[in-house]
Design a binder for this molecule. Structure first.
Ligand code: SIN
Length: 334
């Protein structure tokens, strides 16, 4: 593909949806980069703190105010509903979501899987709280708005430390560095450098040009998602030295009589190219015999599980946390 060196930046309307995170975090001291509380500063105040951001039309809405470790269905439903509303507006060019970094890749993947928007939806974040001596949030937010206004930008994107990632490939790879995200072998989509976006790869493909969710499958899945009281229960399990399969047996048996939703799926973070400890594999066979869907991903940060005949289905290159959501959505749709 050709590289866009200087794509035009429009002055179109951008909607900023706040959900909390470190970008909105506050510490008692300015030099405290770890003992802060996430989700304290309003999205309106974050925007107001960046000179010139609102010289083009900009709206701000607070959807939630949480530490993203606690992200779950109810906030996702609010977010999806507000995105559907704003992306459908002719006067909105793109949406920016401020989000905590800890589960940002899960929200990004979920929005991609549900919406595949033809307009840009840019998730951004920070690794330092808003009260830090040198917070990274303001630059990230400013770059995210620029990206949302960039000609041709589309799909669910993640902006952190100038780098632009796609929702399918992005992973948080560092617990405290400001450049905390990586797209692995796929590589990032581009960079924002000195107020200009430079693209290296194709944008994520929308489901169909011109709309948010154009396919019948997409529409009915979104409706089911919005109306769900819970997502089909899919748990994550690791294969590791000394694994016994007891975790799987507890998952299968533990729900009985406790009011815990029935287990519908398991994603295994397997070793290497999807290999499973033999004791764990026996337990997974029991789970499958009881109607539980099982997918194999890999613990390795790079590469993907290569399918082999007669083996367990794999996550199709998705990380285990993203495959958990993909399987839950498949089960929701079934
Ligand atoms: C969070 O994920 O909400 C807290 C951590 C962060 O944003 O870096």
């Amino acid at each position: 593909m050709s590289e866009d060196t200087k794509p035009a930046v429009h002055q179109g309307r951008v909607v900023v949806l706040g959900t909390g995170g470190t970008i909105a975090g506050k510490a008692a001291r300015r030099d405290d980069l770890s003992g802060y509380v996430a989700g304290q500063v309003s999205a309106a105040d974050l925007v107001a703190g960046i000179p010139g951001l609102d010289t083009a039309p900009l709206e701000v809405e607070q959807v939630a105010q949480i530490d993203s470790k606690d992200m779950g269905l109810s906030v996702w439903q609010l977010l999806v509903a507000r995105l559907l509303h704003h992306l459908d507006r002719d006067d909105v060019q793109g949406v920016v979501i401020t989000h905590g970094t800890d589960t940002l890749e899960e929200t990004a993947y979920l929005l991609h899987a549900l919406l595949r928007p033809a307009k840009p939806v840019v998730l951004t974040c920070a690794m330092r709280p808003a009260t830090a001596l040198a917070p990274d949030g303001p630059q990230n937010l400013s770059d995210a708005v620029l990206l949302a206004r960039t000609h041709g930008a589309k799909g669910v994107l993640v902006l952190c430390a100038s780098k632009v990632h796609g929702a399918v490939d992005v992973t948080k790879v560092h617990p405290y560095a400001t450049d905390a995200f990586d797209s692995g072998e796929a590589g990032m989509i581009g960079v924002v450098e000195h107020g200009q976006f430079r693209r290296f790869r194709d944008w994520p493909e929308p489901l169909l040009e011109g709309g948010v969710v154009e396919s019948a499958r997409g529409r009915s899945l979104v409706q089911r998602f919005l109306g769900a009281t819970e997502l089909p229960r899919v748990e994550l399990v690791f294969s590791h030295a000394g694994a016994t399969g007891d975790t799987v047996r507890c998952l299968l048996n533990g729900a009985a009589g406790l009011g815990v939703p029935r287990l519908r799926g398991i994603v295994v973070a397997a070793t290497g190219n999807g290999s499973l400890h033999q004791a764990l594999e026996l337990a997974l066979q029991d789970a499958r015999a009881q109607g539980v869907s099982v997918l194999r991903g890999t613990r390795c940060p790079l590469g993907r599980v290569l399918a082999s005949p007669g083996n367990w289905p794999d996550t199709n290159g998705l990380s285990p946390v993203k495959a958990r959501l993909a399987l839950a959505l498949d089960l929701l749709e079934a």
